[in-house]
Ligand binder design. Structure first.
Ligand code: HSE
Length: 445
């Protein structure tokens, strides 16, 4: 008997929306090739969804559809549960119950794992089951596989990713059309690119969940979203994107995690990135992740970070892994977080105030003698070195006869706490007329 004659892996799907439907369709369309890879066929035999009619329409005859996820978990014929419900609430309970019932779990739920991952992976470890989550980070890009397996020779130094398509789409539109954030967000919602409630995307939370997972796998630390610094794109103005461009930079929402002397940096915020970097040229809803390893050097992963079949591609890759490995001794499987559970590190997450980076500052100032000297004097007194200064003609900023202007400063690296102090001092100058804009800058060299 060849391995491809083994009995099928039977899968129960919880939630059949966009990704669930894509998973069902791709599994069906490519079933023969998937069977040849996995060594056995993979079949979705049961689906739970509150909208039973929609679920039945998606899967047709031959698949049992129920409105209660617990019926899937209780079914002894189901080997693997795919959780595509999302959120931290019922999804957490169902994933833990599925593990307790001895099922392997595949999930695209980054929020759940970034917040409750430690509990979930420990439960899976105890029960000897796999919890696979390729689809949780950067959709169709196999970044979990790359970090956990492909780069396992390396001491990873840093990761920087565009890991939220909604915000990258908004930033691309702001740059292309010179529009402000609010205008582009409304348009993105009208076109269906942004959710009706886009809070998690635009406030950086979704990217924070994803970088938290990458950080844990890269450095062998527990998932700890609560310690991540998260700042979204809602305060970005069209003129900052324009000024950045004039200085040779693009603004991207980056998820960054970095090994430094005092621990691990874990942060999401808008960042100026040199326009010549490949990642600076990732446009629209696409995702990209740069990983720097000591042996491999710089590697870049690019693709669709969301959508029905791109995300299904990742879900099914996890199903294939489970089909190949579920009979293996749990000790000999790939650890959930890349490092053996008893070999995890307790490196601390560095508080944002201790992070060292460089900055873009925009000050709206009175166009009069001595203003530049006062501002640069404060930076000098704080030991912050200036890299470049751009001052626009007042009438270019405020129209003919304007008496105020924009002063743009790029700094060299300094510690965030020191920059915060300098910002407070500059802000208190009577000639600084509006709240100062500060955007961090990453050279990604
Ligand atoms: N909302 C996410 C994005 C996709 O815009 O990239 C799912 O994580």
């Amino acid at each position: 008997m060849t391995s491809t004659n083994l009995s099928p892996i039977r899968v129960g799907l919880l939630g059949i929306g966009t990704v669930g439907t894509g998973t069902f369709n791709v599994l069906k369309r490519n079933q023969e090739e998937i069977r040849r890879r996995a060594g056995r066929s993979i079949e979705i035999t049961m689906v739970a969804d509150l909208d039973v009619a929609r679920a039945k329409a998606a899967v047709g005859e031959g698949v049992q559809v129920v409105d209660d996820a617990r019926k899937v978990i209780a079914n002894p014929d189901i080997d693997v549960v795919i959780e595509l419900i999302g959120g931290y609430g019922i999804a957490r309970a169902l994933v833990l119950e599925a593990i307790e019932a001895g099922k392997h779990v595949v999930t695209a739920n980054k929020a759940l794992l970034a917040v409750h991952g430690t509990e979930i992976f420990a439960a899976a470890q105890r029960k000897g089951v796999m919890v696979a989550f390729e689809a949780a980070v950067a959709g169709g890009i196999p970044i979990i596989k790359a970090l956990r397996e492909g780069l396992s020779a390396n001491s990873i130094q840093w990761i920087a990713g565009i890991i939220n398509g909604t915000t990258n789409f908004i930033l691309s539109e702001m740059r292309d059309k010179g529009l402000d954030f609010d205008v582009v967000l409304k348009e993105a919602q009208r076109l269906g690119y942004a959710e009706a409630d886009p809070t998690f995307d635009i406030e950086g939370v979704d990217a924070g969940h994803k970088v938290t997972l990458m950080s844990a796998i890269a450095f062998g630390i527990p998932v700890q979203f609560d310690k991540a610094y998260v700042e979204g794109i809602t305060a970005l103005a069209a003129q900052d994107i324009r000024y950045a461009e004039q200085l040779g930079y693009r603004i991207k929402l980056l998820g960054i995690t970095k090994r430094v002397a005092n621990g691990i940096e874990l942060r999401v915020h808008p960042s100026l990135v040199p326009a010549k970097r490949l990642i600076a040229n990732v446009e629209g809803a696409m995702n990209a992740v740069v990983v720097q390893g000591d042996a491999v050097g710089t590697t870049l992963y690019y693709g669709k970070g969301a959508g029905s079949e791109p995300t299904a591609s990742a879900v099914i890759a996890d199903l294939v892994d489970i089909a190949r490995l579920h009979t293996a001794d749990p000790e000999h499987r790939v650890p959930h977080l890349a490092f053996q559970p008893d070999a995890m590190s307790d490196l601390p997450i560095v508080p944002m105030s201790e992070v060292v980076t460089s900055y873009y500052l925009r000050l709206n100032v009175a166009d009069e003698a001595g203003v530049l000297a006062k501002v640069t004097g404060i930076l000098a007194s704080m030991g912050i070195s200036i890299d470049a200064v751009l001052q626009r003609e007042a009438d270019e900023v405020g129209g003919e006869g304007a008496t105020q202007t924009d002063l743009i400063i790029l700094t060299h690296d300094c510690v965030e706490a020191r920059m915060n102090e300098a910002l407070a001092q500059m802000q208190s100058l009577p000639t600084v007329l509006a709240p100062i804009t500060r955007i961090r800058k990453e050279e990604l060299a």
